[in-house]
Design a protein around this ligand. Structure first.
Ligand SMILES: Cc1ncc(COP(=O)(O)O)c(C=O)c1O
Length: 406
């Protein structure tokens, strides 16, 4: 009999705690709590009838292949649909540039496995997507973070860190960014910073991982070219793009795709062979239907209108409830599903989380979005899932809870 499993675990996994947000979510069982914690798209915008029809057609026509093992790299029909889909952003790719993944999280996992040895350095924003941190942590890297600015990563700060690392013979394996409506901050990287980040990547020969689940969900302002596009225009091959169907279609499908240089995609496909084999064909086929049969443009327009209204309600109530003297500030995202609230420095939002539950409102404490040396006085707010009335009520509850602490 094994009497201590701890000794059996691999060095990498012994101290691995997984997604700490999950543990907090398990505390949100009271139905009266309004949760602004998750990252869920609203089921109101799910294309339910269209998906029922597409599903019925697929099952009628293709049940045998749906029930079978299918190609590891992905279904040709989906790959072809993605190639066409990327053209709307003037991105030219071929099949060799795409791997279908079992969601964005899987794309991150594969990326970490491909590039990271234990102790390797990943450069990230402070804060950045917690799911990326936990995916990369599976390989036990070190994180070097630089505080994000209102217009995206502090590229000069990245440069300084790269130069400092070089003095100890280290170089980041890659830079991970979410340029559009970043999770958790809602911040978008300016055009100038995209160019500067690419310059940095070329100068120091460091790949960029561009994670892009929210790009199409822009509620205000003009779209800014993606890093993937800009890299192609400059004849580079430094950017690897990670995409997912989770936020535009639905997370339940667990389908995404990675785009990169053929050598990278080939290796990523080998890794997928060793972990999930193929992504379910049925799920991929429904994603193909989403891109080709469900009127993508009008769906996105509907999502934009729907989420923009929620964001407006949230912002207006924040203005009412948190006048300047409260010392509470927040980002003003132009799209996506999240924003970032900063409270006075003496408030630890992890402790505030437990207080907020008593006021029947929940958020994610900001500390989970740091690779090292977490900042404690922030919270991530999701505004896509709760109803408009709930959003307004949640802000009032938050304000009552925070005012107690100021
Ligand atoms: C920046 C970012 N990347 C990746 C993901 C993972 O998405 P999924 O695994 O649902 O496709 C998310 C989900 O919230 C995200 O915000």
């Amino acid at each position: 009999m094994v009497d201590n499993w701890q000794y059996k675990f691999s060095e990498n996994m012994k101290n691995y705690g997984g997604y700490s947000i999950g543990k907090l979510f398990s505390l949100l069982t009271d139905p009266e709590i309004i949760s602004l914690a998750g990252g869920l798209p609203s089921p109101d915008i799910f294309l339910k009838e269209e998906t029922r029809i597409a599903s019925k057609n697929r099952l009628e026509k293709d049940i045998e292949t749906i029930m079978q093992y299918t190609p590891i790299g992905g279904e040709s029909t989906l790959i072809e649909a993605i190639i066409q889909f990327m053209k709307r952003e003037d991105i030219e790719i071929t099949r060799e540039n795409i791997l279908i993944t079992s969601s964005g999280q899987h794309g991150l996992d594969i990326t970490g496995r491909l590039f990271l040895n234990p102790g390797d350095i990943v450069m990230i924003d402070r804060p950045t997507f917690a799911g990326a941190i936990v995916a990369f942590q599976l390989q036990n890297p070190g994180f070097v973070g630089v505080d994000i600015e209102d217009d995206g990563p502090n590229v000069d700060g990245y440069r300084e860190k790269i130069i400092a690392l070089a003095k100890t013979n280290k170089k980041p394996k890659f830079i991970y960014v979410v340029p559009d409506f970043q999770n958790p901050s809602g911040i978008t990287m300016s055009y100038e910073k995209r160019i500067a980040l690419l310059d940095l990547s070329y100068e120091y020969d460091i790949p960029i991982i561009e994670d892009s689940p929210y790009r199409d969900l822009r509620y205000y302002g003009e779209s800014i070219p993606s890093l993937l596009y800009l890299d192609q225009q400059r004849k580079g091959n430094n950017v690897i793009g990670l995409f997912t169907f989770s936020k535009l279609f639905c997370p339940g499908m667990r389908v995404g795709y990675n785009i990169g240089a053929p050598e990278v995609i080939q290796k990523m496909t080998n890794i997928k062979e060793g972990n999930v084999l193929n992504t379910p064909k049925y799920n991929q086929d429904l994603c193909t239907a989403f891109l080709t049969e469900m009127n993508f443009n009008s769906h996105i327009e509907k999502c934009i209108k729907y989420y923009r209204k929620k964001l407006e309600v949230f912002m207006d109530t924040m203005e009412e409830c948190f006048p300047e003297e409260t010392g509470v500030s927040w980002t003003k995202p132009e799209g996506g599903l999240f924003l970032w609230v900063t409270v006075p420095e003496h408030i630890d939002t992890k402790e505030l989380f437990y207080e907020a539950i008593k006021f029947k409102v929940a958020f994610v404490p900001g500390e989970v979005f740091y690779g090292e040396n977490p900042s404690k006085n922030h919270m991530r707010i999701n505004f896509s899932y709760a109803t408009e009335a709930q959003l307004a009520e949640a802000v009032k509850r938050l304000s009552a809870c925070i005012k107690d602490q100021i």
